[in-house]
Design a protein around this ligand. Structure first.
Ligand code: FAD
Length: 235
């Protein structure tokens, strides 16, 4: 659908850790989106309008609300504002926007998704959407975080991977606190190891620019053509 401007009410707050939350917002009648899209939220600081984008974390089938998944950025106005919102408060949004979606023309292909931090947001929507649509091809998710406490939605992903043999996911931690965690480093460090040798599908990358560019470079230098690489940068 074409993007529209609307007022949205905060319906529910889920705290993932002391710096990260998932917020559930109301949407107007008839609002719909494609998994992987985002909304722009308007904030007002000393009379000045600030616009920030947030990927839609929920799946399109969850039609009565949208969720955002975000982390507080030190000194960042918008993320702190969102973090302190109370249930029932309203905020201005515009959406849906963006083309970081699984194109119908590539829906027959395998997909490998790789994220760092809150860059996982569009992939939660995409994974739930594709599973809901009985996507039969292989779906691999490699998500990088700092510590165990950042591991959002672990139970849900575990259940989805157990119930859907075509979906597998890996958690890479850069600073694990538990000595048992095996995959240590950044998500992109594991790209080569976790990409199946015969992989013919497309790659989707989401996160901050350094990670996005590093991952893209690795893929290009391993011979993957640019048409098979899709990315969304958060900064
Ligand atoms: C298409 C798009 C979708 C986005 N979706 C999300 C989302 O789903 N969840 C989310 O948390 N953010 C998302 N962002 C980033 C978001 O728009 C804001 O930039 C972020 O919340 C910081 O805003 P701020 O005003 O608090 O701080 P600012 O003062 O604007 O940011 C300060 C600095 O923080 C860094 N930064 C920005 N985003 C992040 C981040 N997520 N993690 C770590 N460092 C960051 C950047 O280097 C930035 O320059 C998205 C950005 C884009 C372009």
């Amino acid at each position: 659908m074409k993007p529209i401007l609307f007022k949205s009410k905060l319906l529910e707050i889920k705290e993932i850790n002391p710096e990260t939350k998932i917020l559930k917002f109301s949407i107007p009648e008839g609002f719909n989106f494609t998994a992987g899209q985002y909304v722009i939220i308007a904030f007002y600081k000393e009379g000045k309008r600030i616009l920030r984008s947030y990927s839609i974390f929920s799946a399109p089938s969850e039609i009565r609300f949208i969720e955002t998944y975000f982390k507080i950025i030190k000194g960042g106005y918008s993320s702190n504002y969102l973090f302190n919102m109370k249930i029932g408060e309203e905020i201005e949004m515009k959406g849906p926007l963006g083309i970081f979606t699984i194109k119908e023309s590539t829906i027959h292909k395998d997909i490998l998704m790789i994220s760092s931090g809150t860059g996982f947001a569009p992939f939660m929507s995409i994974v739930k959407d594709l599973i809901g649509r009985r996507f039969k091809n292989r779906m691999i998710l490699i998500r990088g975080f700092r510590k165990e406490e950042d591991l959002c939605c672990e139970e849900e992903l575990k259940k989805l991977s157990e119930e859907n043999k075509n979906f597998e996911y890996y958690n890479i931690l850069s600073q694990p606190e538990n000595g048992n965690h095996r995959l240590i480093g950044h998500a992109q460090d594991f790209l080569e190891k976790l990409t199946p040798k015969d992989f013919k599908g497309d790659f989707y990358i989401c996160g901050l620019k350094d990670m996005v560019f590093e991952t893209r470079e690795k893929l290009l230098s391993s011979g993957i053509s640019p048409e098979r690489i899709h990315f969304e940068r958060y900064d």
